[in-house]
Design a protein. Structure first.
Length: 168
């Protein structure tokens, strides 16, 4: 059985904590004897448009183009009929893998670590190109969509070649 006691200074627990977002706003909470008081924060919520982050990959054109390729692949994958989930899974993994590996490589410390991730990302972009060609051969995407995807994949590979050489 729990027993209630009158609040006195000997049993008072006061705790300030960031509690996360409520309705899109960051809030801070004050816990006093188990009761939460929620107050809106005056801090501006960071967005991708006005981010305050300093990740190195945000500075790379290769990352931006790889992100565009991954976004295109996500849209194109919705055109693939049911029953081809393995193909969709492969192309989504390769496109998002290229994007993630560029981010990972850019944020690694040593040149060797950066180079290895960029080499892997280049392979993923090439794999994405091959999957796009397969989607076209099967009639799931248009010639224009294929050319758009191949152009992005080619740009990513070219930029990564430069990054690989820079870190060799």
């Amino acid at each position: 059985l729990a027993h209630a006691h009158a609040p006195d200074h000997a049993h008072t627990h006061h705790h300030e904590a960031a509690c996360g977002g409520v309705g899109g706003a960051i809030v801070s909470c004050s816990l006093f004897e188990g009761q939460a008081e929620v107050r809106p924060s005056n801090k501006e919520q960071p967005t991708m448009a006005n981010h305050m982050f300093h990740f190195t990959h945000y500075k790379l054109d290769a990352y931006r183009v790889a992100r565009e390729l991954a976004d295109l692949v996500m849209v194109l994958s919705k055109q693939v009929p049911r029953g081809h989930h393995k193909l969709v899974d492969q192309i989504v993994r390769s496109a998002t893998g290229a994007e993630a590996l560029i981010a990972e490589g850019a944020n690694r410390y040593t040149a060797k670590q950066k180079r290895q991730r960029f080499v892997e990302a280049r392979g993923e972009a090439g794999e994405t190109a091959a999957h796009l060609e397969r989607l076209r051969r099967l009639g799931f995407i248009s010639e224009e969509q294929l050319m758009q995807g191949l152009s992005l994949a080619d740009r990513v590979c070219a930029m990564l070649t430069g990054l690989i050489k820079r870190h060799s």
